[in-house]
Design a protein around this ligand. Structure first.
Ligand code: R1P
Ligand code: HPA
Length: 328
């Protein structure tokens, strides 16, 4: 089974759900040929993930314990890493490439507050044209590199009216809208070496880490900018309509974005501890208005992330320090 970008990602000549490398399968087309569905989990068999993980652990000489995914404009989280070994995505075998502004496209391995860490400076989104299994494949790579804790960060729109731009929402749950639409990174045959066929997702977001983060926020004096809430991932790349935002709010969603949930599902499936937060980069309007200011835009998202990167970096580094000290 082919796992290369030719079959399943932006720039690939055979995008969609077909694979001309598959024995006996014809490349599909929209002109009447048979379309061969490629189960998402077959895109990256265990052995391919293992090869990528070997490439990183051998290339860096490290087995990182904590994995970080940098959200839009939050690449500075990876810049904190000391003695970094940097792997450009395009030079990692079988790795996708980043196509979104604010996602540099490199994996950084090194130490942070004494802990060995690896950070994705650039994540993959469904709207880039990648299947979910491909978007979250690096989480499995992290697992096989030795990672036990996933720190997933994102930029998100605040739906909860109490949230202000620049606040940080610690995720304690999610509503998986892509899942509602029948999409999962775990679709296809299950490989039990990663985890069970039917993983439970209650308690996905580690409560101890949330509590520690709240304590850290108090010590940093940013307690009033910290919330605990529910994130929802939509497919994007368009931002939401007012009616969608109203519906999400009625469902108990506090912040909305286009990422993270499939990474968390993949991490929980392989039994990682998860800590995740959303930087609220814009307030989502839930009432109709003619004001242009009410419309989300990626430049604003990036600008707010840049302004708040210091606080995000401090929160992450202090939490990593606590994890490291507790395990030392
Ligand atoms: O979730 P991250 O990658 O932080 O990025 C968020 O910001 C982008 C939209 O401005 C979308 O990609 C959305 O998901
Ligand atoms: O308002 C938003 N909606 C979806 N994704 C986002 N990422 C940042 N802000 C937003």
């Amino acid at each position: 089974m082919c796992s290369r970008d030719c079959c399943s990602g932006p720039g690939g000549s055979n995008r969609g759900n077909t694979c001309s490398d598959k024995k006996g399968a014809k490349a599909g087309s929209l002109t009447g040929e048979k379309i061969i569905p490629t189960p998402q989990s077959l895109l990256y068999p265990y052995e391919v993930i293992e090869e990528i993980a070997d490439f990183i652990t051998k290339g860096s000489g490290m087995r990182p314990k904590i994995g970080i995914i940098c959200g839009s404009g939050l690449g500075s989280l990876a810049d904190m890493i000391q003695d970094p070994k940097i792997f450009e995505y395009e030079k990692i075998p079988n790795f996708p490439v980043s196509t979104v502004e604010g996602h540099a496209g490199r994996l950084v391995v090194g130490t942070l507050e004494g802990a060995t860490v690896m950070a994705m400076q650039g994540r993959f989104h469904f709207y880039e044209g990648y299947p979910l299994a491909k978007c979250s494949m690096p989480v499995r790579v992290m697992k096989l590199c030795g990672v036990e804790y996933l720190f997933a960060t994102n930029a998100a729109g605040g739906i909860n009216p109490r949230f202000a731009v620049g606040d940080i929402m610690l995720m304690h749950d999610h509503v998986n809208m892509l899942g509602f639409a029948g999409n999962s990174p775990l679709q296809g045959p299950n490989d039990p070496r990663f985890g069970p066929r039917f993983p439970a997702l209650v308690n996905s977001y580690n409560k101890d880490l949330i509590n520690k983060a709240i304590e850290i926020a108090k010590a940093m004096g940013i307690e009033s900018n910290i919330h605990v809430g529910v994130y929802s991932c939509l497919g994007g790349p368009n931002y939401e309509t007012i009616a969608e935002l109203k519906a999400l709010r009625m469902m108990g969603v506090d912040a909305v974005g286009m990422s993270t949930v499939h990474e968390v599902i993949t991490a929980r499936h392989c039994d990682m501890k998860v800590f995740a937060f959303s930087l609220i980069t814009n307030k989502c309007a839930t009432e109709y208005s003619d004001k242009k200011d009410d419309e989300a835009n990626h430049d604003e998202v990036m600008a707010v992330a840049k302004n708040r990167q210091k606080a995000c970096c401090e929160l992450v580094s202090r939490l990593i320090r606590e994890i490291h000290l507790a395990s030392a």
